[in-house]
Design a binder for this molecule. Structure first.
Ligand SMILES: [Zn+2]
Length: 429
């Protein structure tokens, strides 16, 4: 077997801002970016040359909100009405049969599916509750370890069934942190009333403080405007000095709240340095189910958060499970859905959309070495498209995916149109 190259020289790539450049990748990093047109043979013969011929280079995608433990369970579940409680109930039955091996196999499959789509960073929530105990966590941990050469996985311990409403929940969360979960999850709106919701938030921030961990909670995934735990999370973040370390996913009910209340809470979120993650795929199918006539889209107030300077990301959330029947871990697809659902189609909206699946989630991850700049980790994608907008429109996976300076995935798409005769060139795979 030939030895792997010491690095890569990518000649004539197109950057997102339209400039043409040559990129040298060495020692896992982007060693330098120079204007295109430099020598086409590297000084160092151990570098492999890629003639990119104007292909678009983007930083690798970051999926900041996934559920690897639940992936690919769709066909094992009983039929249900598609609402969040019904999906949780249906998944609960399947979760009884979770084993570390079963979870590791499915989680690994989704990690690889995402890598082929140019996603090299995945933050996944993993259920930690009285049904699964730590079996899901162990499975995802094994999958992350098995695929660490192609993808970085961050694990959030997720008490989906609540803290106050589940005996032993806090002990399990503590055990999950000791077993390797690096982020503290939560779902305060699942608790019965305001007091329990506040206690839920407080107990999980205590845990985060004790272990010096970031927090990433599922927040207000409801159409009901009276569901208001986002403000609890923002207040706790400020009170604990956890600014810049807390993420709130979904935040759907804020869209149903009145404008004045929403504006007040959004200001507090900005002060708390919160990250907001909207998950357009899942929320387009879960939310608004009770509406007739004008059916709500289920997304949070992305435009208002953006205007207030809050860090906003898009996440995949679910793939082929009880919550969402589609998905393949493609942030290109998630961004495409987000563009439609959040009206992000103007010129600067489209650039903003790229941030929501790259630099914004990297900021939430607190990955300072991320980006398409000299010195950053060489995690990047090459697309057969001249621009981000065209990559978004065409929805083709990246041709080449680099992770830590290694080529970890390649996809070739070939189409013949015209005199295509079956058995000669036609092959549908
Ligand atoms: Zn989720």
């Amino acid at each position: 077997m030939p030895s792997p190259p010491a690095g890569y020289l990518l000649l004539d790539v197109r950057l997102a801002d339209g400039r043409s450049a040559d990129l040298r990748l060495a020692d896992g990093r982007i060693a330098d970016i120079s204007p295109a047109g430099g020598p086409d043979r590297p000084d160092d013969a151990r570098l492999r040359v890629v003639a990119a011929a104007g292909r678009l280079a983007l930083p690798a995608f970051v999926d900041i909100h996934a559920h690897l433990d639940k992936a690919y369970t769709r066909d094992d579940l009983g039929d249900h009405d598609g609402t969040l409680p019904a999906a949780i109930q249906a998944m609960g039955e399947r979760k009884k049969r979770f084993t570390p091996e079963d979870v590791a196999e499915r989680a690994g499959r989704l990690i690889l599916s995402g890598v082929a789509e140019g996603v090299t960073h995945v933050r996944t929530h993993v259920d930690v509750d009285s049904i699964t105990g730590l079996r899901g966590l162990e499975g995802v941990r094994r999958a992350a370890e098995a695929h660490r050469q192609v993808c970085r996985v961050s694990i959030v311990a997720f008490p989906q069934l609540g803290i106050r409403s589940e005996p032993g929940a806090l002990d399990r969360m503590q055990a999950a942190v000791e077993a390797g979960a690096g982020v503290v999850g939560g779902m305060p709106h699942w608790e019965a009333g305001r007091e329990d919701q506040l206690a839920h938030v407080a107990a999980l921030f205590d845990l985060a403080e004790r272990h010096d961990l970031d927090v990433d909670m599922h927040v207000d995934e409801s159409d009901d405007a009276s569901v208001r735990t986002l403000e609890m999370v923002a207040e706790a973040t400020i009170a604990r000095g956890w600014q810049g370390r807390v993420t709130a996913g979904h935040v759907c009910s804020l869209a149903a709240a009145d404008d004045e209340y929403a504006a007040r809470v959004i200001d507090r979120c900005a002060e708390a340095g919160l990250t907001i993650v909207s998950n357009p795929a899942t929320n387009l199918v879960i939310q608004g189910r009770g509406d007739r006539g004008l059916v709500r889209r289920g997304l949070t107030r992305i435009a208002e958060f953006r205007a207030a300077g809050v860090n906003v990301c898009l996440g995949q959330d679910n793939v082929c499970d009880g919550f969402y029947p589609f998905g393949r871990g493609s942030m290109l697809e998630v961004a495409f859905l987000g563009a439609h659902a959040a009206h992000l189609t103007g010129g600067d909206d489209l650039g903003y959309l790229l941030e929501t699946v790259t630099s914004a989630p990297a900021r939430a991850w607190r990955d300072a070495g991320y980006g398409l700049r000299a010195g950053c980790a060489a995690d990047l994608n090459l697309f057969q498209a001249p621009s981000w907008v065209e990559a978004l429109r065409l929805q083709r996976p990246p041709e080449l995916v680099f992770f830590e300076g290694r080529l970890v995935a390649s996809t070739a798409v070939s189409t013949s149109i015209g005199r295509v005769e079956t058995g000669v060139t036609g092959r549908l795979a």
